[in-house]
Every structure is written in structure tokens, then in C-alpha cells.
Ligand binder design. Structure first.
Ligand code: ADP
Ligand code: MG
Length: 712
């Protein structure tokens, strides 16, 4: 056998079919070598291994089905389409399914239009206007008897994460070539994990695992692959987790060499704030306040993640941290992802700090010209000790004072909405002479500690795991929108008895314009139906200058009902609002629904959240709404969310600049996390050149240039 270079040395351009255009597409996916291709793993498989009865199909399923044509029709609507009704049995009993084609030939019309023709189809099941449908399924005509031969040639088809313009067939052609090279030259891909680590874990060799995952043999248990519990999946997940652990530890080591100014403070301002608060801090708040205070007093930059459920009182914790910096003559920047949220923070901080003689400056995208210049000048000369703002704080012309003053603490709220680069930009603003500002990152997305340790690079974690006393739990009900009228009446009577309510409109599309339109329509409709109530409207298209008076009026009780898009998800705090209607909640994820619902239940009166859903619900949506009805704790909901969706998606990791996983799921694979931690200890203890090479190689293989994810 001829020996070849390592597969990580062979550029993809050496493969058949790979021209400059394809190479460029691959490069964007960070696939440059044949080895990179092998680590581009299928995200799922199409299961053609068994026929699914029509009556058990659900919205969203991808399935192989068979049935008999009962009728067909060419529909002329907005788009001409061919509709074909399939029935389960010959006798026309059992379930049915509609096939829909927008492009079709005369031959297809003839073949499929004939009553009694048996068709085998593979495709995705969607809920159509009248029934379940498959749009443009792959179709095979069956002539043999139903009871004979259901064998299929390729039972598990890998589906690769792709990019525009790249077909699955191309991915298969490319990975075929890569796998062929690997088979012909087994040593061309180094297994960087020593067998002393993999053997006790009963994990297969790397090349075997790759072959199985890319081309599952016929006898592979489908379920194991889908659930990723197959040993081949576990082996790759283990390597990935190990690479993450190694990168994490390297980051921690590096952080020991960074320095920051210790800000001990003298309690003068903090003491006054605490004395003036109308409430006592909860035990959990006191604990995290102490953790943060200790960090700020050290000569290393704090990098702390503050987790606390909606309404757990993170803002006052942030205010105390800010005052500690101000006591030391340093500046503080608090950054929020939306203008609405930033406004809310500014108000809270202003309410607490103004009595102490500390002015809270405010910088958002809408400050222009002289107003902006004035804020910038006060930041630069240290005249403004505390500034609250949005992305505007990242901009280049924003400067803080010179040492010994300057930015000492950056507080970032709802961190997963900011990219890693933006956070770094803010950090750079406080950097000088090798010193960095301290950072506090606040999030209401609760993440189990084990997962947090595995994914948040080198952040330390503080958790507020208790709500302030005196909150009444929210009762959540799910009501189909066929009962919309009743719900509207409920709003009327709640408002009549002096309560306030939110009406939240949601849309699938991320389009702000469509969202805005939906909210305007709903507001118009509600105004008509609820004559006599004072109704306000806020959405992303309403300018902040117009939004603010509406919000203020609602907060002051001058409006009964606030119709809004999900812009109110974070930050709004109106204790008298005790009823929330969420239209089409099935369109939102659990975490977002929980955040939204957190806008009510902030006062003494009993609060209600009505999930006004549109039937029929997919199984998944039904489960989400069920969880929301049952659970009120953000932690329980986050747990359920993780179970349903997997870690990568919940954390929205990629843009967050946190760890994201291709295959591993630190929540599901808890044992693997532990093994990977032990494995990384072993690898790092090995001080040899070879050992160091393995570490670097694993990190490069799995993380590539994303390795800097943790450097927030
Ligand atoms: P979140 O953690 O969601 O940001 P906030 O900081 O907005 O929560 O706090 C929610 C509300 O609870 C605010 O009105 C705040 O003043 C109040 N609050 C905070 N801590 C306490 C406490 N220990 N006791 C009573 N109310 C509190
Ligand atoms: Mg908050």
C-alpha cells in the first residue's frame, strides 16, 4: 500500500468535482482539507428503513409511506398545483395523505392521476389547510403487492449540514471520496486520543466511528443513531467534548496572567443604597453580591456570569457592583441588547443612584449630534461615572477617562444577544497598560451548572436561585383561538376591576415589519371590541421617542391594555399588570415564552397568562405549552427545554461566542463530560512534545479557529 500524506494535509481541491467555486463554499464552512470533510458530520438521517402507516403521521415527520391513489385534481389557485389523495388500504380504510406538486409533467399527471395506483413516497409531512400533506415527495410507483417486498436499498441516508447551493448529493459524493481515502490509507488520519483513554470507555477507534456515522451499515439500529447513543456517535462526541475541555483549561491558564485593578471600595455608597431600599435582599442576592464583591477586589479581571430567573432581582445586584467601582473612582458601563431594556435599566439605576448624588448617563443609537457629543465628553473626562446604553456603547468614538479613573467594570445584560466581538470591543475600551476591566454578564436563561461548566469557557458562575418574597405564582392556561371572544371578555373584566393586561402578538418570521403589522391589526381589532378601555401599542417599528410615553403611561396605570410584539420580552416592570395574553404561543420557544410571562406576576395580585394557541398543535408545540402550564420555575423550564432541543440550540451558542457542539450534548452525555474532564487531565499531565501535539491537534480538529470562543 502506498503511503500518503495525512488527510489533514490534503486540500479538498484534490478531490474530484471540487472546483474553485465549491472550494470557496467549503472554505466558508471551514472545510479546507479532506480531514475537515470527515469531521463534517451528518446532522441527521432520513429513515427509509420502514414504512409508516398514514394514520400515525404527524406534522413535521419525515417518512416513507405507501398508499393508493384515491383521487387527483389540478387546482388552479394562486399557483397551479397537482393534488393527489392517497389512502392507506385498498379498501380505502385507514389514514389518508395529500400529495401536492407545483411542478409536474403530463406523464406524472397520468401516472398519479389514475385511481388505484400504488405510490411509495418519501418526504416531509406538513399540516396543510385541509389535511396532512407532502409537498414534492420523492415518488416511486409500486406495482407489486403490498405484502411483498418492503425492502429498501439505502435505509439510512445521511443528511449533512449544508449551505446555499450545495446539494446533499454533493456532500455524499465528497464524503464518499474522503472515506475511500481513509479506507485505503488507515494511518492517514491520526487518532489523537490515546487508547489508554478510549479503551476503558469501550469506545471504538476513530476511523471506525467516522465510517459508521457517515455511512451507517444496514444493520445499524436506527434509533441509536438518531439519539446519538450509538458507540460511534459517543466516540466522536467524546473527542469533541475532550477538545472543548482542553480549550477551556488552556483559557483558564491564560487568564491567570491577565491583570485588572482591584476595586475593594469602602462600602460608603453601597451602604447607603442598601439602607434606602424598600426591601431586604434575598439570601441568594446577598450571596452573589458577596461573590462579585470579592472578585472585584482582586487584581485579576472578573469574568462572572450572573444567572437568575426573570424577576429574581439581578438589577440591584448590578447596581451594588457598580457602586463598588464608583467608590474606587472608576467608571461603569451597563449594556443592554435593546433600547427598551436599556431604558428600563437606566430608570432603575437612576432611581437608586440619583439620591446618592450619582448621575446615570445614557447613550443609545438615537442620541445624535450635540447631545451625543456631550455624553461622550463626560465619559471621556470621567464626569459620568455610570453609563447605560445599547450597542452604541461599542462605537469607536466612545472613550472612558484616563487612569487612575476609567472603565473599571462592564456589565452586560442578556449576554446571548451580543456577539463575542461586541463584548471584546467593550472590554478593549477599558484596557490599558495590560489591565482589563472586570466583567459581569447577566442572563435570565438558567442553565444547569454541569452544562454551564461545560460550555461557558472560563466564566465563573453566580446563581440567584430564589425569587423575592411576596410574589404570587402565575396561573397559566392554554386556550384555542376559537375561544378568542371569551378571552377578550376576560381582558375587559380584568381591566374593569382595575387590573392591567398585556396582549402579545407573535409571528414566525423574524420580520419586524410583519410583527409590527400583526400588532397594529390586533390593536385595531381590540380597540373596536373593547371600547372604553385605554389601549396602547408598542412594537419594534414604533420609535423609542414615541414608545417611551406609551410605556410610561402603562406603568403609571393610565393605560389598561398594552398591545405589543415580543419587544416587551425583557425589561418591562409593571407590578399592576396581572394578565397576559400571548397569541400563537406555539410559534415561540420555551425560554422566550417564559421570559414573556415573567412580565406578569410581579405584584401582590394573582396573575394569569393565557396561551391563545392556534389548533392543531404539533406534538412538540403541545409539549411546550404543557410544560409552561405546569412549571413556573425558569430552571425547570430550561431543563425541559434542553431535553427537548439539545444544548446547542438552547444556548444559541454560535453567535454567542460560547462553545457550540456539533455532536456532543453536554446535558444528555453527562457521563461523557466527566470522562472528558478526566481525559483532559491525563492529556495535560503528559508534558511530552507528543502530548502537547495531541492537545493542539484535538483543539484544531474540533474547534478550528473558534477556539477563541471563551475569550469574552
Ligand atoms: P430581573 O432579575 O428579572 O432583572 P429585576 O432586577 O428587574 O429582575 O427585579 C424585579 C423586581 O423585583 C424589581 O422591581 C426589583 O426592584 C424588585 N426586587 C429586587 N430584589 C428584591 C427583593 N429582595 N425583594 C423585593 N423586591 C425585589
Ligand atoms: Mg432584568
Amino acid at each position: 500500500m502506498q503511503s500518503i500524506r495525512g488527510l489533514d494535509q490534503i486540500p479538498v481541491t484534490g478531490l474530484k468535482r471540487v472546483g474553485p467555486k465549491l472550494a470557496e463554499r467549503l472554505r466558508k464552512l471551514r472545510i479546507e482539507t479532506v480531514a475537515d470533510l470527515l469531521f463534517h458530520l451528518p446532522s441527521r438521517y432520513q429513515d427509509r428503513s420502514r414504512l409508516r402507516p398514514l394514520h400515525e403521521l404527524r406534522d413535521g415527520d419525515e417518512a416513507l409511506v405507501e398508499g393508493v391513489v384515491e383521487a387527483s385534481q389540478i387546482a388552479v389557485g394562486r399557483r397551479r398545483s397537482l393534488k393527489v389523495w392517497l389512502r392507506e388500504g385498498r379498501d380505502g380504510l385507514g389514514g389518508g395523505l395529500m400529495l401536492r406538486f407545483f411542478h409536474f409533467s403530463r406523464a406524472q399527471i397520468e401516472a398519479m392521476g389514475r385511481r388505484g395506483t400504488r405510490l411509495r413516497c418519501f418526504g416531509e409531512v406538513r399540516q396543510g389547510p385541509q389535511s396532512l400533506e407532502m409537498v414534492h415527495p420523492e415518488v416511486q410507483y409500486r406495482t407489486d403487492d403490498l405484502r411483498t417486498g418492503t425492502a429498501v436499498d439505502q435505509p439510512l441516508t445521511p443528511i449533512y449540514p449544508s449551505t446555499e447551493g450545495m446539494q446533499q448529493i454533493t456532500w455524499r459524493a465528497l464524503t464518499d471520496q474522503a472515506l475511500a481515502l481513509l479506507a485505503a490509507h488507515p494511518r492517514s488520519l491520526a487518532d489523537l486520543v490515546p487508547v489508554e483513554i478510549t479503551t476503558p470507555l469501550r469506545l471504538p477507534a476513530l476511523d471506525e466511528a467516522l465510517r459508521t456515522v457517515h455511512r451507517p451499515p444496514v444493520e445499524t439500529p436506527v434509533q441509536q443513531l438518531v439519539e446519538r447513543s450509538h458507540p460511534a456517535c459517543l466516540r466522536l462526541a467524546f473527542d469533541e467534548m475532550l477538545a472543548h475541555q482542553l480549550a477551556l483549561r488552556r483559557l483558564r491558564q491564560e487568564r491567570r496572567h491577565l491583570s485588572a485593578d482591584p476595586m475593594l471600595g469602602d462600602d460608603r455608597l453601597r451602604g447607603r443604597l442598601l439602607a434606602g431600599l424598600p426591601f431586604q435582599l434575598t439570601a441568594a442576592q446577598r450571596r452573589v453580591v458577596d461573590e462579585i464583591a470579592a472578585d472585584l477586589g482582586r487584581p485579576r479581571p472578573m469574568m462572572r456570569l450572573l444567572q437568575g430567573d426573570v424577576g429574581s432581582g439581578k438589577t440591584v445586584v448590578a447596581a451594588l457592583a457598580a457602586l463598588q467601582a464608583v467608590e474606587c473612582g472608576r467608571q461603569v458601563a451597563l449594556m443592554a441588547p435593546t433600547e427598551l431594556l436599556a431604558e428600563q435599566h437606566r430608570k432603575s439605576l437612576d432611581g437608586w443612584l440619583a439620591p446618592l448624588g450619582i448621575e446615570v448617563a445614557w447613550l443609545s443609537g438615537r442620541h445624535k449630534g450635540a447631545e451625543r457629543a456631550q455624553v461622550l465628553a463626560r465619559l471621556a473626562d470621567g464626569g459620568a461615572p455610570v453609563v447605560v446604553g445599547t450597542h452604541a456603547l461599542f462605537q469607536q468614538d466612545v472613550r472612558f477617562a484616563e487612569p487612575p479613573g476609567g472603565l473599571g467594570l462592564a456589565i452586560i445584560d442578556e449576554q446571548h444577544r451580543f456577539g463575542v466581538h461586541q463584548r471584546m470591543a467593550l472590554r478593549e475600551k477599558g484596557a490599558g497598560a495590560g489591565r482589563l476591566p472586570h466583567q459581569l454578564i447577566m442572563t435570565a436563561t438558567p442553565i444547569p451548572r454541569s452544562l454551564a461548566m461545560a460550555v461557558y469557557a472560563d466564566l465563573d458562575l453566580s446563581v440567584i436561585d430564589e425569587l423575592p418574597p411576596g410574589r404570587t405564582p402565575i396561573t397559566t392556561v392554554a386556550v384555542p383561538d376559537s375561544r378568542r371572544d371569551e378571552v377578550i371578555e376576560r381582558v375587559r373584566s380584568a381591566c374593569a376591576s382595575g387590573r392591567q393586561a398585556y396582549w402579545v402578538c407573535t409571528l414566525v418570521e423574524e420580520s419586524e415589519a410583519l410583527q409590527a403589522q400583526a400588532a397594529e391589526d390586533a390593536a385595531a381589532d381590540l380597540r373596536e371590541r373593547l371600547g372604553g378601555l385605554r389601549i396602547g401599542l408598542v412594537h419594534g417599528r414604533v420609535k423609542a421617542a414615541e414608545r417611551e410615553p406609551v410605556m410610561a403611561a402603562f406603568a403609571a396605570g393610565e393605560l389598561d391594555l398594552l398591545v405589543a410584539t415580543t419587544v416587551i420580552e425583557v425589561g418591562v416592570d409593571v407590578p399592576n399588570a396581572s394578565l397576559m395574553i400571548i397569541e400563537n404561543p406555539e410559534r415561540l420557544g420555551l425560554a422566550q415564552l417564559h421570559q414573556l410571562r415573567g412580565r406578569v406576576g410581579r405584584g401582590q395580585v394573582e396573575s394569569y397568562c393565557v396561551l391563545l394557541f392556534h389548533a392543531p398543535l404539533s406534538a412538540n408545540a403541545r409539549e411546550r405549552l404543557d410544560i409552561l402550564r405546569r412549571e413556573t420555575s425558569g430552571f425547570a423550564i430550561a431543563d425541559a427545554d434542553l431535553r427537548m432541543r439539545g444544548a446547542g440550540e438552547v444556548l444559541g451558542t454560535r453567535q454567542a461566542g460560547m462553545a457550540s457542539f456539533r455532536l456532543a450534548d453536554p446535558l444528555r452525555d453527562k457521563d461523557l463530560v466527566r470522562s472528558a474532564q478526566q481525559g483532559s487531565d491525563l492529556l495535560l499531565e503528559d508534558g511530552s512534545v507528543e502530548g502537547a501535539g495531541r492537545v493542539a491537534g484535538l483543539i484544531r480538529r474540533w474547534l478550528g479557529d473558534r477556539e477563541d470562543y471563551g475569550r469574552v
